[in-house]
Structure formats: C-alpha cells, structure tokens
Design a protein around this ligand. Sequence first.
Ligand code: TZP
Ligand code: MG
Length: 209
Amino acid sequence: MKDFRLYAITGEEFHPGRDLIEVMEEAIYGGVDIIQLRDKSGDKPAILEKARALRELTRKHGVTFIVNDYIDIAMEVDADGIHLGQGDVPLVEARKLVGDKIIGISTHAIEEALLAEAQGADYIGVGPVFPTKTKVDVVDPVTVDYVREVAGKVKIPFVAIGGIKLRNVDEVIAAGATRICAISEIVGSSDISGTCRSFLDKLDKWGES
Ligand code: TZP
Ligand code: MG
C-alpha cells in the first residue's frame, strides 16, 4: 500500500450539524493520507450512500479510502481497503473476499500484531494508546509501551490510535510511531485542516531528528 502518516476516521457525533463530506474534505486539505468510514449506526443504506460520497471525494484528491466493518460496501464502492477488528471476519477469510485490496486490523497485544503480520495484513492499528470515549467496546489502554514493542518487533506499517491529541502525540512518536490516527481530535476540531497540519508538523519534526 501507499505509505501514509496521518489517518483520519469519521466520527459524525463530533461535528453535529456539519456535513460529513465537508468535514472530511477539510481533513484532506489539512493533509490526511487515509480516510476511514466508521459508522456504527447499523443503517446500511445510509452507510452505503456515505461510502459512495467518500469514495468520490477521496478519489478526486488521491487519498486512500478504507471502510470499517462492511466488506460488501467496500467492494461495492471500490474502496481501497477494509479495516477489521479482532472479532470481525478472520483476516484469512477477508483476504479471499477482497483480493489485493488493503486489509488493516486492530491489535491490542503483540501476539495479535505478529499474527496479523504473518497472515498478510497490510497494516495494523495499535491502540487504544490512551483512554478514549470514542469507542464504547474498547479494551483497556495499551499505553505507549505497546507502541514501543510493536515498533521494535513488527515490520509491516502500524498506526497508533486512541485518545491521541496534539497535546500528547509527541509521547506516541517518541515511542516509535511514525503514523498517527485520530477521530475526535481531528473531526471535532474548530480548525480541522490546521489540526491535521499540526499533527503532520510534529511527525515531520520527529522524522528529522
Ligand atoms: N480504535 C481504537 S481506539 C478508537 C478506535 C476506533 C477510537 C479513537 O478515537 P479518538 O477520538 O481518536 O480517541
Ligand atoms: Mg469492526
């Protein structure tokens, strides 16, 4: 997959009254490399409609588009990939369904990370690094110690996620993360593009040192 640094996930509860596509376009102007549609409403026709609109937007801007939970919707709109949780369709089964599309999977422990790598995941999520209210069924924070462990042992790309804010991202980067994912800090910002640029500035600064 094309490499990436900043990964934004949708979270409509953080921008009430604002249009999803407008919000995600601001994130794109701020420099995000990947957008994931994550929608837990269960309203499939509405999710399909959002997926179509985000596919059009991301294609226009050359941004990678990932769909969470719905492999069928990802295939229907020709997303670039899917994101799986540990309790979703097993990676090996998902690979048969999506062919060479990107498969990302959330991991919370090194055993899960190494298994995902061995089974051909394209990237893994590492988190939640910090406490977060965004994900309800979330496991305990894995802390930056897990980020450090993955940075030392896993060869495929990994993205740190969960409670990551501009004020604490330095700690995550110091632990070895070179790719960052956020929901509330990005889409809930009053200056979405500026927040994205600030994340990228921090990743750049650390990359130079
Ligand atoms: N997976 C692990 S933590 C999380 C997900 C989807 C939520 C991240 O949201 P936020 O608002 O960036 O903490
Ligand atoms: Mg899932």
